[in-house]
Design a protein around this ligand. Structure first.
Ligand code: SDX
Length: 431
C-alpha cells in the first residue's frame, strides 16, 4: 500500500481510492471496497486492466521485454539451469542447494511411474485423440489414484509429495500417450536418466531401435521447459487459480489449466504456427498472401505466433528460442525449410506498419515448434510440451493463492447485465 489515493467523483460525491504499488514500482487503484463504498462495480472484459491478485512468483515488463522468475532474469536461468532447478525455484522461492537438488532429483525418479491401472485408460480413448484431452483427463484422475497420500503436512509448502509426484508423472503420461498413439510398446522411466533425458527416452526408445539420449536434445529441452515454466496471470494460470479458489485440490485444478492452455490463442499456438508454416509451404511459399490476409480488417485470419497481451516488444523468450533454433538444428544437423520461412515472415512483418503500429512481435510460440520438430516431437504433442514446462508455474500459483487469505476466497467476477429487465410469464399454450 502507499499513503496516496486517487479521487473518484460520482454524482458529485468524492471517494478516496487507495493506490497500491508493486515492488517494481507499478501502481494500481485498489478497488476492493468500491462496491461497498459507491454501489458501483468496474467493467473490464478480458481483464485487460485488472489485477486479480498479488503475487511474488514472476515479474513481466511488457514494455521492455523483461521476464524474471523469483527475481532472476530468464536469460540467466535458461542459460545456467536445469529445468528441475527452475521448478524448485518457482515452488520454493529459492534456487536449490546441491543437496536440495539431489533430493528433488531423487523424487523425480521415485515418482516417475504411473499406477498400472491408469494405463488401461489409454486403450479406451478413440484413435487419434488429442494428447491434450488425454493429458487433462489423466492428470485429473491422479486425484483418485493418489488421494490419501496427498495429505502432505503442508499441501501449500512448495515441494511436497503431491507436487513432486505430479511434476514427475506428467512426463510419463505424456510419453505413454504418444506411444499409444503410434501403437508402440510403452517405455518405462529409468533411474539413471535425468528429468529431460527420461522423457526423451520414454518418447523415442524402441525395442528394435534403442534410443541414445542426445545431450544436445536434453539441453534444448531443458531450455524450452524453463522458458515456458511460468508467465504470471496468463489465461491457464488464472484458470488454475480460479478453479483452486473453489477448494478444488491440485490435480483437478491443473487439469483445468491444461484445458485452458489448449486454446489456439494460448498454448495451442505453437502447433498452429507450424501448421500455418506448412500451409504456406504447400502454397508455393506465398507468405505475402497470408501476411496480407492477417492485415485485412475483413478477414479474421491471424498470423499465429505473433502478438501478446502484455509484451508490446519482442517476447524475451522468443528471442532465446530463436537463437536456440539455429544452434540446435545445426548441432543436430537438421535442415528445416520452415525455419527459413519463419525468419523471412518475421523479417517482412518487422518492417510492416500494420504490425509495427500494433506492437505485434513474435511470441514464445513462434519458433518453439521448429525445435520440437528437430527433436522428433510430433506437432500434436507441442502443446503438451508447453504444459510440461508450465506445470511448476501452475502449481506454484495454486499454492500461493491458498497461502494468501484474501486471494484464497472463491473467485467470482461480476457483470454488466444487458438482458430483458423483467416480463410476465407466458404459459405453453399461450406462446
Ligand atoms: C501465449 O498471456 C500470456 O502470457 C500467454 C503466454 C504464456 O506464456 O502463458 O505468453 C502464451 O498464449 C502467447 C500467445 C499465443 N497466441 C498466438 O500467437 C495467437 C495469435 N495472437 C493473437 O491472437 C493475439 O495477439 C493475442 C491473443 C496473443 C493477444 O490478443 P489481444 O491482446 O486481445 O490483442 P487483440 O486481439 O485485441 O489485437 C490487437 C490488434 C487487433 O487489430 P485492430 O482491431 O486494432 O485493428 O492487433 C491485431 C488485432 O487484429 N492482432 C493481430 C494479431 N494479434 C493481434 N493481427 C494479425 N495477427 C496477429 N497474430
Amino acid at each position: 500500500m502507499t499513503n496516496q489515493s486517487a479521487q473518484l467523483i460520482i454524482e458529485g460525491k468524492s471517494y478516496d481510492i487507495p493506490i497500491v504499488e508493486s515492488t517494481t514500482g507499478e501502481r494500481a487503484l485498489d478497488i476492493r471496497q468500491l462496491l461497498k463504498q459507491t454501489g458501483y462495480i468496474t467493467f473490464d472484459s478480458g481483464y485487460m486492466n485488472t489485477g486479480s491478485c498479488q503475487s511474488a512468483v514472476t515479474y513481466l515488463d511488457g514494455k521492455n521485454g523483461i521476464l524474471r522468475y523469483r527475481g532472476y532474469d530468464i536469460e540467466d536461468l535458461a542459460t545456467n539451469c536445469l529445468f528441475i532447478e527452475v521448478a524448485y525455484l518457482l515452488l520454493t522461492g529459492e534456487l536449490p542447494t546441491q543437496s536440495e537438488l539431489e533430493k528433488f532429483r531423487h523424487d523425480m525418479i521415485r515418482f516417475a511411474l504411473i499406477h498400472e491401472d491408469m494405463i488401461h485408460f489409454f486403450d479406451h480413448f478413440p484413435p487419434n485423440s488429442s494428447p491434450m484431452s488425454i493429458l487433462s483427463t489423466m492428470v485429473g484422475s491422479l486425484h483418485d489414484f493418489y488421494p490419501e497420500m496427498d495429505l502432505d503436512e503442508d499441501p501449500y509448502g512448495g515441494v511436497t509429495t503431491m507436487t513432486a509426484r505430479l511434476l514427475s508423472k506428467i512426463r510419463t503420461i505424456a510419453a505413454f500417450s504418444y506411444k499409444k498413439n503410434i501403437g508402440h510398446p510403452l517405455v518405462y522411466p529409468r533411474a539413471d536418466l535425468s528429468y529431460c533425458g527420461n522423457f526423451l527416452n520414454m518418447m523415442f526408445d524402441r525395442p528394435n531401435m534403442p534410443y541414445k539420449v542426445d545431450p544436445i536434445a536434453v539441453s534444448a529441452l531443458n531450455k524450452l521447459l524453463i522458458l515456458h515454466a511460468d508467465h504470471e496471470q496468463n489465461c491457464s494460470t488464472s484458470t488454475v487459480r480460479l478453479v483452486g479458489s473453489a477448494g478444488v485440490r491440485l490435480y483437478p485444478s491443473i487439469s483445468a489449466g491444461i484445458s485452458a492452455l489448449w486454446g489456439p490463442l494460448h498454448g495451442g499456438a505453437n502447433a498452429a504456427v507450424v501448421r500455418m508454416l506448412e500451409t504456406i509451404q504447400a502454397d508455393n511459399m506465398d507468405y505475402m498472401k497470408y501476411i496480407n490476409k492477417a492485415k485485412d480488417p475483413n478477414d479474421s485470419y491471424r498470423l499465429t505466433g505473433f502478438g501478446h497481451r502484455v509484451y508490446k516488444t519482442y517476447d524475451p523468450r522468443a528471442k532465446l528460442i530463436k537463437q536456440a533454433c539455429t544452434e540446435v538444428l545445426n548441432s543436430l544437423n537438421v535442415q528445416d525449410p520452415l525455419l527459413d520461412l519463419a525468419q523471412e515472415i518475421e523479417h517482412v512483418v518487422s518492417n510492416d506498419d500494420y504490425f509495427i503500429s500494433r506492437n505485434l512481435y513474435p511470441n514464445v510460440d513462434f519458433y518453439s515448434g521448429i525445435i520440437y520438430r528437430a527433436l522428433g516431437i510430433p506437432t500434436n504433442m507441442f502443446t503438451v510440451m508447453f504444459a510440461l514446462g508450465r506445470l511448476p508455474g501452475w502449481i506454484t500459483h495454486w499454492q500461493e493463492m491458498h497461502m494468501d487469505k484474501e486471494s484464497s476466497r472463491i473467485g467470482r467476477p461480476r457483470q454488466v447485465y444487458t438482458g430483458v429487465v423483467s416480463r410476465p410469464f407466458v404459459s405453453l399454450e399461450d406462446r
